[in-house]
Design a protein around this ligand. Structure first.
Ligand code: SAM
Length: 309
C-alpha cells in the first residue's frame, strides 16, 4: 500500500496533488482527517470514499490501484470537508446500521445509537411470552429503527409509531417501506400517544416503547457536533423536562395497555433511578425493571401495568 501523501491543513480538503490511485487518495484523506482530530480517520475516510464512488466499503480493497477521475476526487473532497466541519458521517452517507439493518437517515432524524439496541432487546424479551400476535406503539419513532426492527423480529405483531415531527415520520415511512413492514405499521403524527386515543381501544396494547428526548440542557457530556447537527426536538425534552415527559408517557400508556402490558423507556444512566422511582408512585405499575447497555450502564427502565388498579 503506498504511504499516505503529506496532508494539508486548510478548508479545501486534502492536497489536490495527492496520489491518484484509490489507495493513495484514501491514505492522504485518512491522514488529513486524523490531523483534524477525528478518532478513526482511516475508517471514516473509507466510508466516505465508498460513498463518493458508489461502492461497497470492502470493494475499495479490490480496486485499490485504480486511478480516480478528477470528478470522483472532487466529490470525495466535498464529503471530507463536510466531515471535517463536524457533519456526522451517517448524514453524509445517508445511512446507519441498527440491529444489523441499514436505515436511511438524514438531518430530519436522530442517528440511531448502539445503546438503543438495549431498548429493542428489552422489547423482544418482554414480547416473547405474549405469543404469536401482539400490538405495540413506538413513541417518538424518529428514523423508525426501533419499530421496524421490532416488527421484523415479531412477524405476528402490528403497531403504531408516533412522532411530533412530520419530517421525521417521512424518514420512518421510507424505512418501513425499505424493510417491508408498512402493512403492519401505522405512522401517525402527534404528541406522544395522543394520536392513538381515537383509534386504539383501551387495554388493547401489549407494549409501549419509547426512546424519548432525554438530554438535559447544558449537559457538559453532550458532543457539540451532536447538538449542532442532530434535531434538537429529538435531543431535548422541552419545557416540561424529562420528568414531565415520563409522567405523561405513563399516564397516556396506562389506559391503552392491557393489564400485564409493558411500558419501556430508554434514559441516560444517571436518570435510571429517578425513572424507576417514578413508576413506583401510586399503584398503577408493578415493580419496575432495569436493563443495562453493553457498557453495563442502566439504560432502559420498564414496568408492567398492575393487574387491577
Ligand atoms: C431520541 S429521538 C428517538 C428516535 C428513535 N426512536 C431512535 O431511538 O433512534 C426522540 C424522537 O421523539 C420525537 N418527539 C419528541 N417529543 C415528542 C412528543 N412529545 N411526541 C412524539 N414524539 C416526540 C422526536 O421528534 C424524535 O424523533
Amino acid at each position: 500500500m503506498p504511504s499516505p501523501a503529506p496532508s494539508r491543513e486548510g478548508p479545501e480538503g486534502p492536497e489536490k496533488s495527492a496520489p491518484d490511485t484509490l489507495m493513495g487518495v484514501l491514505g492522504a484523506a485518512a491522514s488529513w482527517l486524523g490531523n483534524k482530530g477525528l478518532e478513526r480517520p482511516r475508517l471514516e475516510a473509507e466510508v466516505l470514499l465508498a460513498k463518493a464512488l458508489g461502492l461497497d466499503r470492502l470493494r475499495l480493497y479490490l480496486e485499490f490501484d485504480r486511478p480516480l477521475s478528477e470528478e470522483e476526487k472532487e466529490s470525495f473532497r466535498k464529503l471530507l470537508r463536510e466531515r471535517a466541519r463536524g457533519v456526522p458521517s451517517a448524514y453524509l452517507v445517508g445511512e446507519r446500521e441498527f440491529h444489523s439493518l441499514a436505515f436511511s437517515v438524514d438531518p430530519r432524524v436522530l442517528i440511531p445509537r448502539p445503546e438503543t439496541e438495549t431498548l429493542l432487546e428489552a422489547a423482544l424479551e418482554v414480547s416473547f411470552p405474549v405469543g404469536e400476535k401482539g400490538l405495540f406503539a413506538d413513541v417518538g419513532t424518529g428514523s423508525g429503527c426501533l419499530a421496524v426492527s421490532f416488527l421484523l423480529e415479531r412477524p405476528g405483531w402490528r403497531g403504531w409509531a408516533t412522532d411530533l415531527s412530520g419530517p421525521a415520520l417521512e424518514v420512518a415511512r421510507a424505512n418501513a417501506q425499505r424493510h417491508g413492514v408498512t402493512q403492519r405499521l401505522r405512522l401517525v403524527r402527534g404528541d406522544l400517544l395522543a394520536p392513538l386515543r381515537e383509534t386504539v381501544e383501551e387495554g388493547s396494547l401489549d407494549l409501549v416503547l419509547s426512546n424519548p428526548p432525554y438530554v438535559e440542557r447544558g449537559d457538559p457530556g453532550l458532543d457539540p457536533d451532536v447538538a449542532r447537527f442532530e434535531p434538537s426536538g429529538a435531543l431535548f425534552p422541552g419545557p416540561e423536562g424529562v420528568e414531565g415527559l415520563w409522567r405523561r408517557l405513563r399516564e397516556q400508556s396506562r389506559p391503552l395497555l392491557r393489564p400485564g402490558g409493558w411500558l419501556l423507556l430508554e434514559c441516560a444512566p444517571a436518570q435510571a433511578e429517578a425513572l424507576a422511582r417514578s413508576f413506583r408512585k401510586g399503584l398503577a405499575w408493578k415493580e419496575p425493571r432495569t436493563w443495562e447497555d453493553l457498557a453495563g450502564r442502566p439504560r432502559v427502565v420498564g414496568a408492567q401495568v398492575a393487574e387491577s388498579t
